[in-house]
Design a protein around this ligand. Structure first.
Ligand code: HMG
Length: 400
């Protein structure tokens, strides 16, 4: 049985910080953030937004795009590293906000940025095995990346959610059964202790851990793919079989380093030469949003389908998901007819253009206010859509 993405949805906060402005405020050359890291803007959520509201908004877009009724969903998983409770999963709040049925498996997964991929691959097996019995799985990657004001990680923050509707009717991508390579290693490159809102990171070491994991997962993928033998000992570049490569993108430059590494492993003497062609379109949206952790690679995938000028129909795309700590997976999928038209119709570029720039003092005030959000007394807030209003009797209250 085929399994894959029937639709997707994206949610980003309506506000962002211009990285050139942030650089000036921190006394850094703007070129370091914009060209050195490859990020132009980073999304910053307002105080009424959290992982739950972002997830619910993204899910609603994915369901509407596919004409999916709530009762069609048989599994709802949220991959996140920005949980809102030690026990109750983000997915339960989302189930309530979206009115999803009680006959549904609902839970949350965590492994840094890999948490959403773990859920996606699980859902794929659920559909393929026949256990889904025609139902769909809603997989949502939702996160708010936070390193703290004035730290080296600050320009690599971001916020957003990507919802993936998985079914036996893949209208966007069909994932290739069995073609996946995993790599995991216990490392301390990036983590967030239970007592902290901000992530702790050994930045340069994390880059090396990412590249080591990429190498391990890419080699495992080659071994797992039935067609890998054709290339064994050959001169050709293995990654040329992909029409595009989508890497986990904490910041655009990391994708460049990743691609250079893959091409070097392939024996390419000019490992940067294919970057614009194979990777460029996947970075259009991420460069405007920043790191959204679990959703980063899927935002890059949406960017590829929405921005590529090439007709990708029937072509193979390679995907690399990395979660610090660490676990990584390299897998692949085939682009379905009209997938690009369907994703373009979501108007993702327009969604990003409609956002408002925050001044640096506004951004810093929001960062400070977010520190105390989890026990803010609930109050009525004006506005529309899903909104976090605070807590009452230790319960999080949401408006819809
Ligand atoms: P840094 O040390 O401040 O920056 O932090 P740098 O000195 O390494 O400079 C960055 C780049 O800018 C360099 O380019 C410089 O040359 C260049 P590179 O050598 O790397 O090609 N540069 C300039 N370019 C143009 N004009 C200039 C200029 N000046 C310098 N004037 C670091 C960088 C990424 C370490 C930091 O931002 C950080 O710690 N970020 C967070 C960690 C991170 O994102 N790690 C990525 C791999 S781990 C991962 O992806 C998992 C993650 O998503 C978490 C999860 O799994 O949940 C993070």
């Amino acid at each position: 049985m085929q399994a894959g993405l029937e639709s997707l949805g994206i949610a980003v906060p309506p506000t962002y910080v211009e990285l050139a402005e942030l650089a000036k405020a921190r006394g850094v050359a703007p070129g370091k953030y914009v060209d050195g890291l490859g990020v132009t803007r980073m999304a910053v959520p307002l105080v009424e937004e959290d992982t739950v509201t972002l997830a619910a908004r993204a899910a609603r877009m994915a369901m509407e795009a596919a004409g999916c009724a709530p009762e069609d969903v048989g599994m709802l998983v949220v991959g996140t590293e920005t949980a809102v409770d030690h026990s109750k999963p983000v997915s339960s709040y989302v189930q309530g906000l979206l009115g999803l049925p009680t006959r549904c498996r609902v839970f949350e997964t965590k492994h840094a940025c890999y948490g959403g991929t773990a859920a996606l691959l699980l859902a794929m097996d659920w559909v393929r095995s026949g256990s889904a019995k025609g139902k769909k799985a809603l997989i949502i990657c939702s996160d708010i990346a936070r390193y703290g004001v004035g730290t080296p990680g600050e320009p690599t923050q971001g916020a957003g959610a990507v919802a993936l509707l998985v079914s036996d009717k893949p209208k966007l991508l069909a994932f290739e059964n069995g073609k996946t390579g995993a790599y995991a290693k216990d490392v301390m490159d990036f983590w967030r202790p239970l007592y902290s809102k901000d992530a702790v990171v050994d930045g340069h070491y994390s880059v090396q851990c990412y590249l080591d994991a990429l190498e391990g997962a890419y080699r495992a993928y080659q071994e797992a793919s039935a067609d890998a033998r054709e290339d064994a000992g050959g001169e050709g570049q293995y990654s040329d079989r992909f029409a595009a490569l989508v890497y986990h993108v904490p910041y655009g430059k990391m994708s460049r380093k990743a691609h250079r590494h893959v091409r070097t492993l392939d024996g390419d003497k000019e490992p940067d030469a294919s970057f614009d062609r194979l990777v460029g379109p996947s970075l259009v949206l991420p460069s405007q949003v920043g790191n959204i952790y679990t959703g980063s690679m899927y935002l890059a995938l949406a960017s590829l389908l929405s921005s590529s000028r090439e007709d990708l129909t029937g072509k193979q795309v390679g995907l690399f998901s990395y979660g610090s700590g660490s676990c990584a997976e390299f897998f692949s999928a085939v682009v379905q007819p009209e997938a690009q038209a369907r994703v373009k119709a979501l108007g993702l570029e327009t969604l990003l253009e409609k956002r408002r720039a925050l001044s640096i003092p506004e951004y810093e005030a929001i960062m400070a206010a977010r520190e105390k959000l989890d026990d803010k007394p609930a109050e009525e807030t004006p506005g529309e859509g899903f909104r976090y209003q605070g807590t009452r009797d230790h319960k999080r209250i949401y408006a819809r």
